[in-house]
Design a protein around this ligand. Structure first.
Ligand code: SF4
Length: 399
């Protein structure tokens, strides 16, 4: 049987405390709530494995007329990402239970990439070993900065020493594929201090680095604080320094904010940028199957209650649902594809949509090619270095 590939995302909405810049669905909770959440998550996996996509992909179909679209049997899982929140606040055995349930419910590729996000101060050696036994083969460690004052300003629970200990234990436990998250444009951060963070991490030699600029979101405490943030020019300089320094250390930039040693790109994230299918479990988890995108309720209590009451997963269980039209699919494929340094293949676009990319986006393409924001390389369209600086402006034209 020819099975389609599928990624799985698991959302763990718990953290020790809320960071001052964070607008993710996450927060502290009692151990009882955490355990109950895991119980409901296991239930959701079981239900969803029987009926993968709860909506018809036909436009106009009402939610009351729910059709079954595909089941676990039709797919093979080649990436799992356990994110949050801070999944490592859970007992390691519970993570094992979740993985066991997934493996019982779905077919797994033997080379499946299986990642978990961990934060320093929430894992010890035993927990890391437990992850390995569960089949997790990639760790993503949230560091953000080498500078303890910057970590404090962000409201992180750890200092650099705690990170270093987590990293050391992870290697000792046998993890050979590690990502580190760093942040630029932190309040009071200078170019020099950012470069020190970069250099320090490069010396450690993780396989992958994600480096994002801080964005102050309206719903966060940072929004109402009087912050001394690096200006746009300084922020752009930090961005350029990142690509330049990481290149010297053997990392290749493969997406706007992601860098990897050869062959260590994050397979799960590539899935999103290539518009491939994925299924999400947990509150606020998004899924994309059969051209339908939906998102589970962001309300943790409602999510748990829905499953505990044994209701069919319909109606308010979802907070978003979108049937993508052909034109939506085309524009997503192009825009998300431009996030990757390799860009979008002209042949793949034609094969997927039966149309030439020039015919679909004639004027906008010409305009950006002429102004040096896009370029054609190896029969692919990609952002130039300058185009990457103006990425949002370019992508807006293809919506
Ligand atoms: S650890 Fe991550 S998810 Fe948790 S509050 Fe901080 S930024 Fe948000």
């Amino acid at each position: 049987m020819n099975r389609k590939s599928l990624g799985i995302y698991i959302h763990i909405p718990f953290c020790v405390q809320k960071c001052l810049y964070c607008d993710f669905v996450s927060g502290p909770a009692t151990i009882e709530i955490k355990r109950d959440y895991v119980n409901q998550l296991l239930k959701e996996i079981e239900i969803r494995a029987e009926q993968l996509c709860p909506f018809s992909s036909e436009n106009g179909e009402s939610e009351d007329n729910v059709q079954e679209y595909g089941s676990a049997k039709d797919y093979v899982i080649d990436s799992v990402f356990i994110g949050g929140g801070t999944p490592s606040v859970l007992d390691g055995e519970w993570i094992k239970e979740i993985l066991c349930k997934l493996k019982k419910s779905f077919y797994f590729d033997k080379n499946c990439e299986c990642s978990i996000e961990v934060n320093p101060g929430t894992v010890d050696y035993e927990k890391l070993l437990c992850y390995r036994q569960a089949g997790i083969n990639r760790l993503s460690i949230g560091l953000q900065s080498y500078n303890d004052n910057e970590l404090k300003a962000l409201g992180r629970i750890h200092d650099y020493a705690a990170f270093e200990e987590t990293y050391r234990l992870a290697r000792k436990a046998g993890f050979t594929n590690i990502n580190i998250d760093l942040m630029s444009a932190i309040p009071e951060q200078t170019e020099e201090s950012f470069n020190r963070s970069l250099k320090q991490i490069c010396e450690l030699g993780p396989e992958h680095l994600s480096v994002y600029s801080l964005i102050v979101e309206e719903s966060t405490p940072f929004y109402d604080m009087d912050l001394k943030l690096p200006n746009e020019e300084e922020e752009r300089q930090m961005y350029h320094n990142t690509a330049e320094m990481l290149k010297k250390y053997g990392y290749e930039q493969y997406e706007i904010s992601n860098y990897a040693k050869p062959g260590r790109e994050c397979r799960h994230n590539l899935r999103y940028w290539r518009c491939e299918e994925y299924i999400g479990f947990g509150c606020a988890a998004a899924s994309f199957v059969n051209g339908v995108r939906w998102k589970n309720t962001e309300n943790r209590t409602e999510y748990m209650k829905y499953l505990a009451d044994g209701k069919t997963l319909q109606g308010n269980f979802y907070c978003e649902k979108e049937m993508l039209t052909e034109s939506d699919k085309m524009s997503e494929f192009f825009i998300l594809g431009l996030r990757m340094n390799r860009g979008v293949s002209l042949d793949e676009f034609k094969e997927k949509f039966g149309r030439d990319i020039y015919e679909a986006y004639n004027i906008s393409l010409e305009n950006h090619l002429k102004h040096g924001l896009l370029e054609i390389r190896n029969n692919r369209i990609a952002l130039t270095d300058r185009g990457r600086d103006l990425g949002n402006y370019v992508m807006r034209d293809f919506l």
